[in-house]
Design a protein around this ligand. Structure first.
Ligand SMILES: [Zn+2]
Length: 406
């Protein structure tokens, strides 16, 4: 067993050992970053039951939120600019320095900035960046940002190549000045200190709300105004997202109603699914880890819509973006889904996501030639239209798949 009591070690040996350990630690850190970068790029956290690399580092590797955030940010920067790995391994740059530099690095300036930051302290690197990018003198630095994983937890753009899942961090450019954030700190078990910078328009709204509430809330207490404002906002959002009405529909009604096909999910189904899944992603990894994501949730068809999936309570579930994509990739193949997302983005940009009429007729004719009954063929064609941006061949394949029994 390792002995951590070092009282018996002489001064000289102690200092020599410490220096040697720091050298080893730097090498380990560089290797650790390389591992994080690779796991992140391969999105291995998804099958393991996590919606983001940050969630994986905290939930699985038991890093603190801050340590995870820092390492992921540094790992992504280093993957883009590999000189960072060497700078860390050789002790020329520390992790904090890398995170400070990361948002400003570009192919053109990376070498120069890394060199300029060599052996610099944190404040010196801040000064270097301020000089270089003419940053404003006054910068508010939050101690504990609300959702410190915010930037890291945002799902990749639906069309992004998972191998190059770039976040706001790796897209950083010189003009990208870190945004001011709000800070929320727990003061007691029941109270939180909140600090934020608001726009003048928000301040005006606050004054207006206080005036409107003056009879009910004579003190104009901001905390209470905020509480009421959030109540109103949540009610409005629930109504929009889940179709919540004053009188809640019974779950059995939602379950018995004939389930519609296609992507439309009726409000009673959405509400029942949300309640059953408790507003949390339902993905469970092979080892039994349930994804804890509660943000960016999507209503997912257990049976893909393209294969005839129905929007019933039993056949719907909540999934985070990462696990919804993962499931689709398992069914249709990663390359197929990647191209679909890419095509859908292009089509949306051109305002032409609708399937072409010629394709519809061609698939219909093809199915009839293969001996399909007219009504069956029409149904299969309709289902093959549910994924936007498909080629004729892909639509034919989807239509055929939907005809397959079971
Ligand atoms: Zn999930």
């Amino acid at each position: 067993m390792q002995n951590y009591a070092l009282t018996h070690v002489g001064d000289e040996v102690l200092l020599r050992d410490l220096a040697a350990i720091v050298v080893r630690d730097r090498a380990t850190t560089a290797t650790l970053l390389a591992c994080i970068a690779e796991v992140d790029a391969r999105r291995l956290y998804v099958p393991a039951g996590y919606s983001s690399m940050h969630a994986y580092c905290v939930g699985e590797l038991r890093l603190s939120e801050d340590a995870a955030k820092k390492r992921i940010q540094a790992a992504r920067a280093a993957r883009q600019f590999p000189a960072i790995f060497h700078a860390i391994a050789e002790g020329r740059l520390h992790l904090t320095g890398v995170c400070l530099l990361a948002p400003y690095l570009t192919t053109e300036n990376a070498r120069g900035l890394i060199e300029s930051a060599t052996h610099k302290r944190k404040t010196e690197i801040e000064e270097l960046l301020a000089r270089h990018f003419q940053l404003p003198d006054v910068r508010v630095r939050p101690t504990t940002p609300i959702h410190s994983e915010l930037q890291l937890d945002v799902p990749s753009h639906s069309g992004g190549d998972p191998a190059h899942d770039d976040s706001a961090l790796s897209q950083g450019a010189p003009e990208h000045i870190p945004k001011l954030q709000s800070a929320v700190l727990p003061t007691t078990a029941e109270r939180f200190l909140m600090q934020l910078i608001i726009a003048k328009s928000t301040h005006d709204k606050l004054l207006h709300a206080q005036a409107l509430l003056s009879h009910a809330l004579p003190t104009g207490d901001v905390a209470q105004v905020l509480d009421r404002a959030l109540d109103a906002l949540i009610a409005q959002l629930e109504k929009r997202k889940l179709g919540v009405v004053t009188r809640r529909p019974r779950r059995s009604t939602a379950g018995n109603r004939p389930a519609p096909r296609g992507r439309y999910v009726p409000a009673p189904v959405r509400r029942a699914v949300w309640e059953r899944d408790r507003g949390q992603c339902t993905f469970v990894s092979a080892s039994g880890t349930r994804c804890t994501a509660r943000r960016f949730l999507e209503f997912d068809h257990v049976d893909p819509v393209a294969l005839g999936g129905q929007a019933s309570v039993d056949r719907m579930r909540l999934r985070c973006r990462a696990h919804n994509q993962y499931e689709a990739e398992r069914v249709f193949g990663a390359r197929f889904m990647r191209r679909k997302r890419h095509d859908a983005r292009l089509a949306a940009a051109e305002g032409s996501a609708r399937p072409s009429k010629e394709h519809t007729e061609a698939v219909l004719a093809g199915l009839r030639v293969l001996g399909c009954k007219a009504n069956e063929a029409r149904r299969a064609v309709a289902l093959s239209e549910t994924i936007p941006g498909t080629t004729l061949e892909e639509r034919m394949r989807l239509a055929l798949k939907s005809l397959r029994p079971g």
